[in-house]
Design a protein around this ligand. Structure first.
Ligand SMILES: [Zn+2]
Length: 269
């Protein structure tokens, strides 16, 4: 996530994106930040429209401008589960560190009509100030322990990795529908116009829809992507469009051999 790229905090930290772990069950954490003082989990939601958190049972209901409503699984329950399992894991390995979590809505236009009181909810532009305001006192983990925890998580991530799913389920990538899905009407086939995505079906526009498509690519096909593969998967017109999107990712190799890492290794700050 762009907001975290140049983040600075007054202490060292590691950021993991799309971390897959098996603790009590399979969990996939969108963003996990480990610091000497606390662990933070961000559950990222790419949902537009007017959003209501309903309780008992917990559900997320989204209403579009058209009046159409969609119901989603509650990100609250999911986040609570992740926080619990990460707490279990850190206790198991002997670290008594607080684990916090927040739900992040990635579209600035999401309108949270009925927020939840149980969980912190953020828009993506609030992430940095939210992290800066986390109260910390004495450090709990030494630099060495933090490094150990980071390596431990990475090994656990690699040990449990059912991805890419195409390989796991024996599906040929060419059988998948390529293209970018519209977060408003769910139709696949958004068009890249300058630096934005435009939906020919409902007219929606944004500049982040490729992020979800590339997360899907990492889960379905491969954790790395070339410029050509990106053009074909996102239905882009030329290599410059793909290039501009891919600069957000770590690159290995040069020229024709260049590959971009969609599942990021933890970045040491
Ligand atoms: Zn649309």
């Amino acid at each position: 996530m762009e907001q975290l790229k140049h983040l600075k905090l007054p202490y060292e930290f590691y950021i993991f994106h799309n971390l897959n772990l098996f603790i009590e069950s399979n969990i996939q954490i969108d963003i996990l930040i480990i610091t000497p003082h606390y662990i933070m989990i961000f559950e990222v939601k790419n949902i537009k429209g007017t959003i209501e958190f309903r309780q008992n049972p917990s559900q997320l209901v989204r209403t579009l401008n058209t009046g159409e409503t969609h119901t989603f699984n509650s990100p609250e329950s999911q986040l609570q589960e992740y926080v619990y399992q990460i707490q279990q894991l850190s206790q198991e390995i002997g670290f008594k560190i607080p684990v916090y979590g927040a739900i992040v809505f990635s579209f600035a236009s999401s309108y949270i009509k009925e927020p939840t009181t149980k969980t912190k909810v953020l828009l993506r532009n609030e992430i940095r100030s939210f992290l800066r305001e986390v109260k910390v006192s004495q450090r709990i983990l030494s630099s060495e322990e933090l490094g150990d925890l980071s390596r431990f998580l990475l090994v656990k991530h690699h040990d449990f990795n059912p991805y890419p799913l195409c390989k796991y389920y024996d599906i040929h990538p060419s059988d998948l529908k390529s293209g970018v899905e519209c977060p408003l009407c769910d139709v696949i086939g958004m068009k890249r116009v300058y630096r934005n995505w435009f939906c020919p079906n409902c007219g929606a526009q944004n500049n982040v829809s490729h992020e979800q498509a590339l997360r899907d690519y990492a889960i379905l096909i491969s954790s790395t992507i070339t410029n050509k593969e990106c053009r074909s998967f996102l239905n882009l017109a030329d290599r410059n469009q793909a290039f501009r999107i891919l600069t957000a990712f770590n690159k290995t190799g040069t020229y024709r051999n260049a590959k971009y890492e969609l599942i990021k290794q933890p970045i040491r700050k």
